[in-house]
Ligand binder design. Structure first.
Ligand code: ZN
Length: 287
């Protein structure tokens, strides 16, 4: 579904020592016909009905994790044996002389937690359904068990699973823009200011600098109060920035530089896959 269902983002993070973090993103337009299609995305009652038992969750995880049949998570061997009387456990005789035993959650983000998959699946559902993100505190209140720390840990592990694999080459008109998270650019010393909004028309794989030298390209200068020049504008990116910033300030209150890439992954994944009917499965597969 990638590249057909929404805008595509390249979110890179540059960490700056002085106040704030610079982020650069690229957006790609889609054909209106594809973008206009509405897909049915799973609703809460469907989630609860579908994953009413731990077994149902495990069966689903098997299908998402190994769509072409179970394989050893250690060596990739496809010839594995079921462990007798232990459902969802297998043994690989190739990578260990006494046999390597693994289960459906071995080497996934669900490993080493006492939480059932049903709880994990609910947290995943809550995370991708809240546009501005959901704080670990809120998740903790909603799942009703365990500690805040556990909820925080679960959210971060799910964020790590929300990675867009492979970014398609950009074609046609793209927007490129940069923003700061934390600290305002205008408060910086003039020589340290970074932000010049760039609405690019052209095609290219990376950001502003690359476009300048190789592709037809136009800019608007935010520093001079210019936001639109003809058809050149970074408005779609700006709505993404405002959503991201409202999420960071309103939901998460304070995000450290170290964890910012994870929040960016979450926001851009949610945006990219917002029309993907199998967004849930996509996340589970990445876990
Ligand atoms: Zn193996």
């Amino acid at each position: 579904m990638k590249g057909e269902t929404g805008f595509a983002w390249l979110v890179g993070v540059k960490l700056r020592r002085s106040r704030g973090v610079l982020i650069r993103a690229t957006i790609r337009y889609l054909t209106p016909t594809v973008a206009g299609v509405i897909f049915p995305i799973m609703k809460l009652d469907q989630l609860l009905a579908r994953f009413s038992t731990e077994e149902a969750c495990k069966t689903y995880l098997v299908s998402k994790r190994w769509p072409n049949g179970v394989e050893c998570p250690k060596c990739g061997n496809k010839k594995v044996w079921h462990v007798t009387h232990r459902p969802f456990h297998w043994i690989c005789k190739k990578c260990h002389k006494h046999g390597y035993r693994f289960s459906v959650i071995t080497k996934t983000v669900f490993e080493n937690t006492k939480y059932p998959l049903r709880t994990w699946f609910k947290v995943i559902f809550l995370m991708y359904n809240s546009k501005k993100g959901m704080s670990a505190l809120q998740i903790h209140r909603m799942i009703g068990t365990g500690s805040y720390e556990t909820a925080w840990y679960m959210c971060h592990r799910i964020r790590a699973a929300m990675k867009d694999e492979g970014f398609p080459k950009l074609l046609g008109a793209v927007e490129v823009d940069e923003t700061f998270i934390g600290g305002k650019d205008k408060n910086r010393h003039r020589k340290n200011r970074q932000h010049t909004g760039t609405g690019g028309i052209g095609s290219g794989k990376v950001g502003v600098k690359h476009l300048k030298s190789s592709y037809p390209h136009k800019t608007v200068d935010h520093a001079k109060g210019e936001y639109v020049r003809g058809e050149v504008h970074p408005q779609n990116l700006e709505s993404f920035w405002s959503l991201l910033k409202r999420g960071v300030m309103g939901t998460f209150h304070n995000v450290s530089k170290d964890y910012l890439p994870l929040y960016l992954a979450e926001f851009s994944f949610r945006h990219n896959d917002r029309k993907n009917p199998d967004i849930f499965g996509e996340i589970v597969a990445g876990c």
